[in-house]
Write a protein that binds this ligand. Structure first.
Ligand SMILES: [Zn+2]
Length: 607
């Protein structure tokens, strides 16, 4: 009995020991090997190679293993059977910084849904910094409050010029140039990736080539990159591309051409010569690349009237209220009153100290203009919705000679842009006309093109001219130095007519050009929006599914991509991305936004 108790005691002790032992070994097993393990997916690694079936393991935000059948435990197992895994998409060109100012847009959900994990902002010569705040302030705010995708900043040439020279159309003095250079340098010191220009926009267009060269020279020693909305995307495209090459050559910085294209029918085809210029420069050792959005139409607000303004309003003083009339009214107010009014309407609340100082220092004329424009959207005063303009137009149409002139003007306008066959009706009270070309509608109505344009205009129809041709789009897309850049924004969901590119660029490019038209391979598209942009931006830790890289990852259902945004209804999120990881954290989980803001501000690494 005694021995039984003894043995039982021993057994009990051993059991306790074993249980504790088991327990402690169970605890070790509880700490999983990985944070996320993506199994059974077909992986495009960012290269031109076809997808291969490998597993991807992630720990602490980093891809730690890529191999066939990875064993081990993970806090989160993803079975990607039937799905494709790619590096997160990098958008080389966006204007989301404006929208992202507002916390509700900070996630950039329209981009997350496309699989975008990194964006580059401050484009086309325009950045909020350092005009309203320093680049650093913006970076700090985004870092503290969180952002959806990772973001890198450029400093805008137009913005810098505006600070120093206002809106004056002249060359800077040596002193002013030094001031501009100091502002660019300051942004670079704070982690900006380079300089952007918008050489068709005011005041960027006032900047001559030499001025830009001087400013790009400032970014070169930092390893910065020069992004340019070139001086011309129409008949003078070739000169514009040559200017970009010259700026790179003389400054020593790489150059990147934004939203590379040629617009208007008479210029179609010029992109071939433009590419030849780029390739010749590359052969001489110049680093020159480009990006593209995969659509035939341009502009953030791509909708236009069917009648040119000159034909609609005619000559003389029939135009009604103009912006200068409104500015004249405002000119009667004192500066303080103007600023007070501005404070009542600006969305930038509370106004930063910088912004306030900027307003106080503005010359009178610019202050009046800025406040007038903030208060009143001039577009409201124009067009067929304006009863006065409408009445005057109809009156003019009653005069046969005048009517003939109007028809002539419409015909020339259509021919010189893209032709009636490329003017697509986007919004119309007669819904069945939406999506048809002006030419098709005219045929349907059995009327002339001009009469149809007038009829549609009077019923408030909006159309979108297809300014680029498919042949050019595909020609550019096939180039191995052309990445993807949406040129989109972070809109308020459902508000305003905007270009569909904000909602669909990345998935549309895969679906239309690789899967449907088979103009390029899937891996070519994936590379153009992953490893190539990373290489262009000189990021050595993103853009690939490789060990040691940041875990920015898309898990995509290639066979079920839906991009239902349309010119008649642009605010529709794309679908196809089942999981989206940004810095190893889930931004999308089973198609849905997790509510998290895992993006980081990417600063140019110190070289
Ligand atoms: Zn642009």
């Amino acid at each position: 009995m005694k021995s039984k108790i003894f043995y039982f005691g021993i057994f009990f002790l051993i059991s306790i020991f074993c249980l504790t032992g088991l327990n402690s070994s169970a605890q070790t097993e509880d700490v999983p090997d990985y944070d996320v393990l993506i199994k059974n997916g077909k992986v495009f690694d960012g290269s031109l190679k076809p997808a291969v079936k490998v597993d991807v393991a992630i720990k602490d935000g980093i891809i730690v293993k890529v191999a066939k059948s990875i064993k081990g435990t993970a806090a989160r197992m993803i079975n990607a059977k039937g799905l494709h895994v790619t590096p997160g998409f990098i958008d080389l060109h966006t204007h989301v910084d404006g929208g992202m100012y507002f916390p509700e847009n900070r996630a950039c959900l329209n981009y997350l849904k496309q699989g975008v994990t990194s964006i580059i902002v401050g484009q086309c010569g325009s950045s909020a910094w350092p005009i309203f705040e320093k680049a650093e302030d913006q970076m700090n705010r985004w870092s503290e409050e969180g952002i959806g995708p990772n973001a890198a900043l450029l400093v805008g040439h137009g913005t810098v010029r505006q600070i120093v020279l206002g809106m004056e159309d002249r060359e800077p003095t040596q002193e002013e140039l030094e001031e501009m250079k100091a502002l660019v340098q300051e942004a670079m010191e704070q982690g900006a990736h380079g300089l952007s220009t918008g050489l068709i926009y005011l005041p960027g267009s006032y900047g001559k080539t030499d001025e830009v060269i001087e400013l790009v020279k400032v970014i070169a020693p930092y390893g910065g990159i020069y992004h340019t909305h070139s001086r011309d995307e129409r008949d003078k495209l070739l000169d514009a591309v040559k200017e970009a090459v010259e700026i790179s050559e003389k400054s020593g910085a790489p150059v990147h051409i934004s939203h590379f294209k040629v617009m208007e029918k008479p210029n179609w085809g010029l992109v071939k010569e433009a590419c030849a210029i780029i390739e010749e420069a590359q052969a001489r050792g110049i680093q020159i690349t480009a990006d593209q959005y995969p659509y035939q139409f341009s502009n953030g607000y791509p909708y236009v009237s069917l009648i040119p303004g000159s034909a609609w309003r005619g000559s003389g003083d029939n135009g009604g209220l103009t912006s200068s009339d409104i500015e004249a009214i405002f000119d009667h107010l004192r500066d303080e009153q103007l600023i007070e009014l501005y404070l009542k309407v600006t969305p930038y609340i509370p106004l930063s100290e910088h912004h306030q100082q900027f307003l106080e220092k503005l010359p009178r004329e610019r202050l009046v203009r800025r406040v007038a424009r903030s208060l009143i959207y001039m577009g409201n005063f124009r067009g067929p919705g304006n009863a006065r303009e409408r009445m005057l137009f109809i009156e003019r149409m009653k005069d046969p000679e005048e009517a003939q002139k109007i028809r002539e003007q419409i015909r020339t306008y259509l021919e010189n842009t893209v032709g009636a066959e490329n003017f697509i009706i986007a919004i119309c009270v007669e819904k069945d006309l939406e999506g048809k070309s002006l030419k098709q509608v005219a045929a349907k109505k059995r009327k002339s093109i001009e009469e149809t344009a007038i009829e549609l205009e009077l019923m408030g129809a909006k159309c979108i001219p297809f300014r680029m041709c498919e042949e050019d789009i595909e020609y550019i897309m096939k180039k191995d130095y052309v990445g993807t850049g949406s040129d989109g924004t972070a809109p308020f969901y459902g508000i305003g007519l905007i270009h569909v590119r904000s909602y669909s660029t990345f998935l549309h490019k895969i679906k239309k050009y690789a899967l449907e038209r088979k103009a390029i391979s899937i891996s070519h598209v994936i590379r153009s929006q992953t490893s190539l942009p990373a290489q262009i931006m000189n990021w050595e830790d993103r853009g690939w599914i490789k060990e040691g890289y940041k875990a920015d990852i898309v898990v995509l259902d290639l066979n079920n991509i839906k991009t239902e945004t349309s010119i008649s209804n642009p605010h529709v999120y794309s679908t196809g991305v089942k999981y989206l990881l940004i810095n190893g954290k889930f931004a999308l989980d089973k198609w849905k936004w997790t509510g998290k803001l895992p993006g980081e501000v990417i600063k140019l690494k110190e070289s």
